[in-house]
Design a protein around this ligand. Structure first.
Ligand code: B12
Ligand code: SF4
Length: 358
């Protein structure tokens, strides 16, 4: 801080400035510890509502691609604090979209709330800290050009040792399995102890996620068709909404519009616009038996697990959204003949520079 004598007279006379200077003279402004105590930090995260937490240094080699993004979000970032939030399993597994979506959105809110609380506590302790959004909102001015998320929570959580990405490319926590959402807090200090990466993958390679995805977005070999996933699952987000609006614009009259878009689809779009938007699927995560808390019933009786968890999602009659001529279209028609397939446009192309990023 500039010494008192160097302050311009008008500024030095300001009541706020005088209050700050008086506090400093009285010795009430202590610098925070240079290194944050890891045990204190973990307790702070758990008390805020996280189910697990660990920090990772920004210098971790697996965060090389995150570095510029973290520093742009919070200049001076030294550490990232990864947090995990459990979701209720049977809610996520429900074929009723309203039930599963409510679970996602409630957990999303809880995670944002907790990350904000941790950020505030760090700020009060004298650090600079920032919590990027858990999911949406994201940076839509970059949409179609570069990545729209501030921090890749999966990459951070894996580097911090909170789990490993399974075949379905979501992080599987060793205990809570796939039923977790992730949050990250950036802070401008080192932490006394960082998390260690897991030395195994909680994914058991059962491939139920492959069988559950209605548009074949998950390959048996681990290939992930992000475009097929977004086109169907994110039908009522971003480019799916653009396609819906384009259909309104292209329609000659109300009758023409209603022949192209069912009343059920428009009502569903209305719901996504007035409430947090609804995912159409997320079945890959719903059926995953990975993780110690989840695995028991699968090991006990795999047939019962499949009959009660996988089948209801496979059997559900629901519209699948695909790009014309796509692999997803062929797959959906062949594997799920009872699910009507609808061609849509306006898919979300992964920007070339992010393809293959991990
Ligand atoms: C972009 C994104 C998506 C995209 C791409 C998914 C993906 N696998 O990356 C889409 C729209 C498909 C998506 C869907 C879902 N997502 Co999402 N998503 C994100 C987001 C914003 C960034 C993900 C990321 O870091 N990708 C880059 C790297 C790390 O991932 P990757 O798998 O190695 O990269 C591959 C793809 O991402 C793809 N890709 C890379 N860049 C881009 C850019 C674009 C535009 C596209 C389309 C694809 C793409 O190519 C890579 C190589 O195959 C995060 C939130 C965040 N800020 O971190 C949530 C997040 C990953 N999503 C999450 C969830 C829960 C879901 C859904 C289950 C939502 C739902 N209810 O249906 C589905 C699951 C689909 C699946 N099997 O992954 C959770 C995962 C929690 C966990 N346990 O890991 C996160 C972490 C949100 C959170 N805070 O908890 N998601
Ligand atoms: S469903 Fe099976 S294969 Fe897919 S991620 Fe989970 S454990 Fe791995």
């Amino acid at each position: 801080m500039t010494s008192e004598s160097k302050l311009p007279a008008k500024l030095a006379a300001h009541p706020s400035v005088q209050a700050v200077l008086a506090r400093r003279r009285a010795g009430h402004v202590a610098s925070p510890p240079a290194v944050i105590d890891a045990a204190w930090l973990r307790q702070l995260c758990l008390a805020a509502g996280a189910d697990d937490a660990a920090a990772v240094s920004l210098d971790h080699p697996h965060l090389a691609d995150e570095r510029e993004h973290a520093l742009a979000a919070l200049p001076g970032t030294r550490s990232l604090i990864a947090m995990v939030f459990r979701m209720n399993r049977d809610n996520c597994r429900s074929p009723a979209r309203s039930v599963a979506n409510q679970e996602y959105h409630q957990t999303d809110e809880q995670a944002n709330h907790a990350a904000r609380g941790v950020t505030q506590a760090l700020q009060d302790a004298g650090y600079r800290a920032l919590n990027p959004s858990v999911g949406f909102p994201q940076e839509m001015d970059r949409f179609g050009k570069e990545r729209i998320w501030v921090v890749a929570h999966k990459t951070v959580a894996v580097a911090a040792g909170l789990g490993v990405m399974g075949l379905h490319r979501n992080v599987i926590h060793p205990k809570f399995g796939s039923f977790v959402l992730l949050a990250t807090v950036l802070v401008d200090a080192q932490v006394s102890q960082y998390g260690q990466a897991l030395d195994y993958n909680p994914c058991i390679d059962c491939k139920l996620c492959v069988a559950a995805c209605p548009v074949g977005a998950i390959g048996k070999d681990g290939e992930f068709d992000a475009l097929a996933c977004t086109t169907h699952n994110y039908r009522e987000f971003m480019s799916g909404f653009t396609d819906w609006a384009q259909t309104v614009a292209d329609s000659q009259d109300a009758g023409d519009f209603r022949s192209r878009v069912t009343d059920s689809e428009s009502a569903s779009m209305w719901q996504s616009l007035t409430h947090p938007p609804g995912y159409k699927s997320g079945y890959c995560l719903a059926v995953c038996p990975g993780g110690e808390d989840v695995l028991g019933p699968y090991l006990e009786n795999r047939k019962t697990f499949m009959d009660t968890v996988l089948r209801p999602l496979q059997d559900k009659t629901e519209t699948l959204y695909v790009l014309p001529g796509s692999r997803a279209q062929e797959y959906a028609q062949r594997r799920f003949p009872h699910k009507p397939v609808k061609e849509v446009t306006g898919g979300w192309q992964p920007p070339t520079k992010h393809r293959g990023a991990s």
